[in-house]
Design a protein around this ligand. Structure first.
Ligand code: HEM
Length: 294
């Protein structure tokens, strides 16, 4: 039996990444975890432009097949599992005969759908990937001092890319009503809500800096970055864990990810910002004390 190397490498990468998270929590250093997460995302998303949508979706479904089928006997089914013609919707060959039903629908939508749909998917993931990388650069090189002009220019480029990426996502979501494997209208409105969370934070961030309030701009941009991590990484990791737990309820795991990943990301972004502010204030207070004592 052949094992798909790409899926096995993805699992190995997830283990390394989890190790970096543990290291980060222990050492209070999250740089390696964040850099790995950005690189990992690039490898997964650039794949679409190299292999095309159906092959990349089959790989994506393959990542979920293992846990979703765990403990399921051959011939046994579950509400959130489905089969697809020739097992082509996953890279596991005949190893798994059932797959997450959202995955079967996802594959079919882009194998047999109109070309415009695939173009929208490429537009969505391409432009959002650019924003995902740029937003970290912006965080690292803030608009203070000599970097102001470049920060402003890259900020405008990012906002334009985010607008295109989000319009494509909303357009794709507007077709989800009849897709019961995604959760039908609940998926459609869930993706609108997700777009509102992500784009809303970005718009607030832009509005604040245009009003001259750099502190509030920073607050909203931390929330925006959190929402982007939520919409991409938290979404996919939650689905990995919830898929096997909720396989008796069709679309339940996917709907939870659609509705909760972005707001949870915002909460985490806000928590990280408060933690960093507290740490900086703590260091400043220590320095003040030392200076006064001297
Ligand atoms: C505004 C928040 C987001 C919304 C509303 C959203 C929505 C969507 C929708 C509707 C699909 C297509 C499902 C289909 O029509 O069958 C999709 C797929 C996808 N999205 Fe997003 N998305 C968001 C954020 C992101 C971000 C931040 C990234 C990457 C940086 C991203 C990357 C992808 C990728 C790669 C896929 C294909 C599935 C996969 O391989 O993971 N999305 N998204």
């Amino acid at each position: 039996m052949d094992y798909p190397l790409s899926v096995l490498l993805t699992y190995a990468a997830l283990v390394v990444w989890f190790g970096l998270l543990v290291y980060g929590v222990k050492q209070r250093r999250f740089g390696p975890f964040l850099i790995f997460g950005i690189g990992f995302l690039l490898v997964l998303n650039v794949r679409y432009f190299v292999e095309g949508a159906p092959a990349s979706i089959a790989f994506f479904v393959g990542i979920y097949d293992v846990l979703d089928n765990l403990g399921i006997a051959a011939g046994e089914g579950a509400a959130a599992l489905a089969s697809c013609p020739d097992n082509a919707c996953s890279v596991w060959g005949d190893r798994y005969l059932t797959h997450p039903s959202w995955g079967v629908a996802f594959y079919d939508r882009f194998l047999n759908g109109p070309e415009l749909r695939t173009t929208l998917l490429y537009g969505h993931l391409g432009f959002n990937t650019i924003v995902f990388v740029l937003m970290h650069y912006q965080l690292l090189r803030t608009g203070h001092g000599g970097n102001a002009a470049r920060h402003r220019m890259l900020g405008r480029v990012s906002f334009a890319c985010l607008t295109i990426g989000t319009v494509c996502a909303v357009w794709l979501a507007s077709e989800h009503g009849p897709v019961s494997e995604y959760g039908g209208p609940l998926s459609e409105y869930g993706f609108y809500f997700m777009s509102f969370c992500v784009y809303g934070c970005a718009v607030m961030g832009v509005a604040k800096i245009r009003g001259g309030d750099a502190d509030a701009h920073r607050v909203w941009m931390f929330r925006f970055i959190g929402s982007m991590w939520g919409a991409f990484w938290l979404f996919r990791v939650m689905l990995f864990v919830l898929g096997p737990l909720l396989r008796d309820y069709e679309a339940a795991a996917l709907l939870i990810c659609i509705w909760f990943s972005a707001p949870l990301g915002i909460l985490i972004g806000e928590g990280v910002r408060r933690y960093l502010d507290k740490r900086t204030t703590g260091v400043a207070t220590e320095t003040d004390r030392a200076t006064t004592a001297a």
